[in-house]
Ligand binder design. Structure first.
Ligand code: PHE
Length: 448
C-alpha cells in the first residue's frame, strides 16, 4: 500500500502538532512546579539539546528511509541477518497505551471549556471541589467527554494523512501559537512575570533529586513524541528532498519554545495572585481558573482561550498517537482505513474507561493494582519506561545496525561532515548512555 505524502509545511506542522501537546501545556508546567523550577527546567533543556534532538533526527530517518509502517520500516532497513529488529517497530503500540489516559484528559479539557464559559470559580476550595468532583464522582460525565474526544480524534485519523491530519494541523497549530503568544504578551505587562521568569530560569540545585532527573529525561521524550513511532510514521510520508535535520530542528525548537511560553504564562498568572507553584496535575484545572477569576471579564476570556489552546494541542498530538497503529493494521492486514481506525480506536477507548474509573470513588479499588490507580500506572509506564526504551532502540538501530554509509549518504550532505560526526557520536554514545543511566535511576526510584 502506497502511503500518501505530506506537503513540506504540512509535515512540519503535523510533526510539531504531534510534539506540542498536553505534555507542553499541562504536564511540563506542573512538573516544573513539583520539582522545584529552574533546575528541573535546565535538566530538561539539556536533555532536549543533547539527546532529544539527535533521536528525533534518527527517528525521522528510519521513517524517511523505510517508507512503511513502523514494523515494516525496521524490517526493510535491517540487514538480512538482523531481521528480528522488526519487533522494535511494535513501539508504535505505545501510542495506544498513551491514548488511554490522553483521551481522558482531553475529555476533562472539553468539559472545562463548557463549564468555564459560564463562570470561573472564585476560591480554591470551589475550584478544587469542581475538579475533584469531576474526577472522583462523575464517571458518566467523564465517559461522555472521553467519547467525544475519541470520536473527533478517530474521525480525523480516518480522513487520512492528507485530508485529515495535515489539514487539521495546518489550522490548529497556527491558532494555538497565536493564542499562546498573545497570552505571553499580556503576561509581560504583569508584575508576576519577573517572578515567573526567575522561578523557571534560576536553578535551585538543592531541589534536584534523582526522581526529578528521571522525570525530566522521560518527559523530554514524551514531549518530543519520541520512542513510539509517531514521528517515524509521519516521516514515512515526508516529501522527498526535505532536509531531515532542518525539519527535526524546527520541530524540536517549536516544541521547547511552546513549553517554556506555557510555563511562563501560567506561572505569571499564579504568582500575580500569590499562589504557590507546586500544585500537581490539578494546576491548570484548579489554580489557574481561580487566579484568572480575579481578572474579571478578561479572566474568563483568558481561561477560554487557554483551554481552547490546550484542546488544540491535545487533539493534534492524539491523532499522531493513533496513526502508527492504524498504519500498521492497514499495511499488515491489507484492510481499509475505516476498519483499522475502528480497531485501534475501540482498543484505547475501552482501556481509557478503566483509566478514568481508577480515579473514581466507586470504582477506584477495582481498577487499581497494588494500590496504584490504572491511570497512574499507564502514564508512568509509558513516559518513564516505554518511551525511553523506544528511544534507546532507535538510537542503537541507527547508530549500530544501519550501515554507516547509508546513514551518511542520507544526512551528511544536510549537516556537513563535522556535524554529522557530532550527531553520530551523540546517537552512538551520548543518547544510549543517558537512556541506560536514566533507566537504572528509574529502578532506584521505583526501588526494584
Ligand atoms: N508529545 C505529545 C505531548 O507533549 C505526546 C506524545 C507522545 C505524542 C508520544 C505522540 C507520541 O503531549
Amino acid at each position: 500500500m502506497k502511503i500518501a505524502q505530506f506537503s513540506r509545511i504540512g509535515f512540519i506542522m503535523a510533526a510539531a502538532g504531534s510534539a506540542v501537546g498536553l505534555g507542553n501545556i499541562w504536564k511540563f508546567p506542573y512538573m516544573t512546579g513539583e520539582y522545584g523550577g529552574g533546575a528541573f527546567v535546565l535538566v530538561y533543556l539539556i536533555t532536549i539539546a543533547f539527546v532529544g534532538f539527535s533521536v528525533m533526527v534518527a527517528e525521522m530517518l528510519i521513517g524517511a528511509l523505510g517508507r512503511k509502517d513502523t514494523v515494516g520500516s525496521f524490517e526493510r532497513l535491517a540487514p538480512p541477518d538482523k531481521k528480528g529488529w522488526k519487533y522494535a517497530g511494535f513501539m508504535g503500540f505505545n501510542g495506544l497505551i498513551i491514548m488511554t489516559f490522553y483521551s481522558v484528559v482531553i475529555g476533562w479539557i472539553f468539559y472545562y471549556l463548557f463549564k468555564l464559559s459560564s463562570a470561573l470559580p472564585t476560591s480554591t476550595e470551589t475550584a478544587k471541589a469542581t475538579f475533584d468532583n469531576l474526577v472522583a464522582n462523575e464517571p458518566g460525565v467523564q465517559i461522555f467527554w472521553h467519547t467525544v474526544a475519541t470520536l473527533i480524534v478517530t474521525y480525523i485519523v480516518y480522513r487520512g494523512i492528507k485530508g485529515g491530519i495535515e489539514k487539521i494541523n495546518l489550522i490548529l497549530m497556527p491558532a494555538l501559537m497565536m493564542i499562546l503568544f498573545g497570552m505571553l504578551f499580556y503576561a509581560f505587562s504583569l508584575d508576576g512575570f519577573s517572578k515567573a521568569f526567575s522561578f523557571m530560569f534560576e536553578p535551585d540545585w538543592s531541589k534536584l533529586n534523582s526522581e526529578a532527573i528521571v522525570r525530566a529525561v522521560g518527559h523530554s521524550f514524551f514531549t518530543l513524541s519520541l520512542g513510539m513511532g509517531a514521528i517515524m510514521t509521519y516521516a514515512a510520508s515526508l516529501p522527498k528532498h526535505t532536509s531531515i535535520t532542518q525539519t527535526a530542528f524546527i520541530v524540536t525548537f517549536m516544541d521547547t519554545l511552546i513549553a517554556l511560553v506555557a510555563g511562563l504564562v501560567i506561572y505569571t498568572f499564579l504568582f500575580q495572585e500569590g499562589a504557590p507553584a507546586a500544585q500537581g496535575p490539578g494546576l491548570v484545572f484548579i489554580s489557574l481558573p481561580v487566579v484568572l477569576s480575579n481578572f474579571g471579564y478578561i479572566g474568563t476570556f483568558l481561561a477560554l482561550l487557554f483551554f481552547l489552546a490546550l484542546s488544540f494541542a491535545g487533539l493534534t498530538s492524539a491523532v499522531s498517537l493513533v496513526e502508527p497503529v492504524v498504519q500498521y493494521i492497514i499495511d499488515r492486514f491489507d484492510t481499509t482505513r475505516l476498519k483499522a481506525v475502528l480497531i485501534a480506536g475501540s482498543a484505547y477507548y475501552i482501556v481509557g474507561i478503566g483509566a478514568l474509573l481508577s480515579y473514581t470513588k466507586a470504582w477506584g479499588e477495582t481498577f487499581s493494582i497494588a494500590g496504584k490507580p490504572l491511570f497512574d500506572i499507564l502514564e508512568y509506564t509509558t513516559d518513564s519506561i516505554l518511551l525511553p526504551l523506544g528511544g534507546l532502540l532507535i538510537a542503537v538501530f541507527v547508530g549500530y545496525v544501519l550501515q554507516k554509509e547509508r546513514v551518511r549518504s542520507a544526512l551528511a550532505h544536510e549537516m556537513g561532515d563535522r556535524y554529522f560526526a557530532v550527531w553520530r557520536f551523540s546517537i552512538r554514545y551520548v543518547a544510549p548512555i543517558a537512556l541506560v543511566f536514566m533507566m537504572l535511576n528509574l529502578m532506584g526510584v521505583l526501588k526494584i
